[in-house]
Design a protein around this ligand. Structure first.
Ligand code: ZN
Length: 293
């Protein structure tokens, strides 16, 4: 058995849904599943370090048989051992390691090293996650803009020049079909950085939502184009979400999938709520796109 020495080349950042490729390695996971590692993949896997966008849904076809893909994660190998997801002991892109898309299938699938297979992502699931992910990015930029007047000290700026509340306070981000949920820590270090947390007190959250939605409506009407820039086609090559917004070009590191223009999001709604995460007060922003409106 030989483990792959090079990253999987990925085509989903360009919007590809299908690919025909060679199976480099099939690993028995011992839990009823196989990990199928391929040379090329159009199937978006969940990232281990920042698991914001879930894996695509879909099938692979081997010898004319359609095999459901149960999940897709990132795998890494140093040539001696194979690690999956959270078990990967090194940072993405570490010298001497190959990072691959692992398509997880039931272990009764007849797939072997060297087979040529076809991989196919479900178009409607991908479209809904791409809408959700683009909505997530623009909502975070609109939130930064809405909160820009609530900093008493200079703060790191976002892609449009506003203090980067999203980048400084984010705890988790989860992309869902047509939307996302972002959780922000309202802790001491945020206050020490100069952010006035009364700007996100319970009685102002509806006003904040209206301000964010107004910005999103303005950007949506401008029909801003969205694209992915990337340094290469390997799984770990850096990729950036690029959006031509009225206030300037936003460029944000991102490994996910996106729509081609903000007009595809339709009306974007945000809702805020305060909560608690193990004793830390948090702000949650739920973003929902309505592509038919
Ligand atoms: Zn992203």
């Amino acid at each position: 058995m030989t483990l792959p020495a090079r990253d999987t080349r990925v085509t989903y950042p360009d919007g590809a849904l299908t690919t025909t490729t060679e199976v480099l390695h099939v690993a028995q996971l011992g839990d009823g599943r196989l990990a199928v590692l391929t040379e090329v993949s159009s199937f978006h896997p969940v990232d281990a370090a920042w698991p914001d966008q879930p894996a695509d849904a879909g099938v692979l076809r081997a010898g004319g048989v359609a095999v459901p893909i149960r999940d897709a994660v990132v795998a890494a190998t140093d040539g001696a051992e194979l690690f999956l997801g959270d078990d990967i002991p090194v940072r993405k892109g570490t010298e001497g390691w190959a990072f691959l898309v692992a398509h997880l299938v039931d272990d009764d699938a007849a797939i072997a090293d060297g087979d040529e297979i076809e991989i196919e992502s479900d178009a409607s699931v991908r479209a809904a996650l791409s809408i959700g992910h683009t909505a997530c990015h623009v909502a975070s930029l609109a939130l930064n803009r809405a909160l820009a007047g609530n900093w008493s000290k200079p703060a790191r700026e976002d892609a449009l020049g506003s203090p980067d509340f999203d980048g400084i306070a984010i705890a988790t981000s989860r992309i869902q079909p047509n939307g996302s949920t972002d959780t922000y820590r309202l802790n001491k270090s945020l206050r020490r950085a100069g952010f006035d947390t009364s700007a996100v007190a319970a009685d102002v959250l509806d006003t904040l939502a209206a301000t964010v939605e107004a910005t999103l409506a303005e950007w949506g009407e401008a029909g801003a184009a969205v694209g992915i820039d990337r340094d290469g086609d390997g799984l770990t090559d850096r990729r950036y979400w690029v959006c031509e917004l009225p206030g300037g070009t936003a460029r944000i590191p991102c490994g996910g999938t996106h729509v081609a223009a903000l007009s595809e999001l339709g009306r974007v709604q945000v809702r805020f709520e305060l909560g608690d995460d193990a004793g830390t007060p948090v702000l949650r922003m739920r973003t929902t796109a309505h592509p038919d409106h």
